[in-house]
Design a binder for this molecule. Structure first.
Ligand SMILES: *Cc1c(COP(=O)(O)O)cnc(C)c1O
Length: 339
């Protein structure tokens, strides 16, 4: 049995989820006639109190569609320098939207209202790109699963409102933040112009993300999804997995968070482990020192059928998820203790 801590995207659908997929009523979603997709879209929109939703194949696509719909070529998008939209989407902001990025120096992937305010270009100055969009990530991926304080998001929103900027949330792991901070998704729906959420991470569905927003925005987004090649036909089989995930797999995320903390506690006792980023949710990023390099540390665990990722010359990442059992964690901790 392999313990796969490389990412929470390695989860496999459970028998009950597969059963729900098997039974799903389907139609052609490009014609708007897939009942399961329609149900998932309205369920998710309602959850966040937003007008409408669009089911897409990936979180990269939902982010990229949002950026395309919010900007014009030559505009500038502000985000943290380690944002997924900036570093992990294949240069998509330039490729798809012909925009440039102003990367901000955030704290573990989180930026502040002051930073946004300071980074807005003077629209009267023809030298400058037009600032038009701010993109936040919650929880942060490269920031080690850190969460925003909701109040800090509200302050960013105020800056956006006074400066005519749109505000997008890359909420690939928003579920982890909602559970960790005990927040109401409707508060997010009130603040953001668009929200991208993933079903294929901690929620354990095989594929799928949704883009949420106002009616007109999603109408536009539906066209862009088609242009990007993301219009799917009998996608209801996938949507059914998402509906199942929303019903049964959100609250259990707190187990993933406490398991990540348990691993961090075990790591903290070892001399060859350096700085461990504060563990807020299900992502654990830590430094590995002599006598191991991050790669060697991962290879060592690999011998015990435990997989994790060296993510830089000094750091390793582990991600907990619903296919990681308590027994696997206890086994990992025993191995760390013996190293
Ligand atoms: C995983 C992830 C995405 C989307 O990834 P896809 O693999 O395209 O679904 C977007 N943002 C963040 C922060 C992520 O971790």
């Amino acid at each position: 049995m392999i313990t796969d801590l490389r990412s929470d995207t390695f989860t496999k659908p459970s028998p009950a989820m597969l059963e729900a997929m098997f039974k799903a009523p389907v139609g052609d979603d490009v014609f708007g006639e897939d009942p399961s997709v329609n149900e998932l879209e309205s369920l998710t929109a309602n959850l966040f109190g937003m007008e409408n939703a669009l089911f897409c194949p990936s979180g990269t696509m939902t982010n990229q569609i949002a950026i395309k719909c919010h900007t014009q070529p030559g505009d500038e998008v502000m985000c943290d320098k380690m944002s997924h939209v900036f570093i992990y989407e294949g240069g998509g902001i330039a490729f798809n939207s012909s925009c440039q990025v102003k990367p901000l120096e955030g704290d573990r992937g989180r930026i502040t209202a002051d930073q946004v305010a300071e980074s807005i270009n003077n629209t009267e100055d023809p030298h400058k790109a037009k600032s038009s969009l701010v993109s936040l990530e919650n929880t942060t991926n490269r920031g080690g699963g850190s969460c925003y304080n909701f109040n800090d998001i509200q302050l960013i929103k105020e800056v956006c409102l006074t400066n005519n900027l749109r505000l997008h949330l890359d909420g690939a792991r928003i579920w982890n933040a909602l559970v960790r901070k005990n927040e109401n998704p409707k508060e997010y729906g009130q603040i953001f112009d668009s929200i991208s959420v993933c079903l294929s991470k901690g929620l354990g569905a095989p594929v799928g993300s949704l883009l949420l927003g106002k009616k007109d925005f999603i109408h536009k987004a539906r066209r862009v999804r088609k242009v990007f090649g993301g219009g799917m036909r009998q996608a209801g089989y996938m949507a059914a997995a998402g509906i199942y995930a929303l019903k049964y797999n959100i609250q259990r995320l707190q187990q993933d968070h406490s398991q990540a903390e348990k691993i961090a506690d075990a790591l903290a006792k070892k001399d060859f482990i350096g700085k461990i980023m504060p563990v807020e949710t299900n992502i654990l990023i830590f430094e590995v020192h002599e006598p191991f390099t991050p790669k060697e540390f991962c290879n060592k665990l690999h011998q015990h059928k435990i997989l994790c990722l060296p993510i830089s010359a000094t750091q390793v990442r582990m991600v907990t998820h619903l296919d990681v059992t308590e027994e696997m964690i206890n086994n990992l901790i025993r191995i760390i203790e013996s190293m």
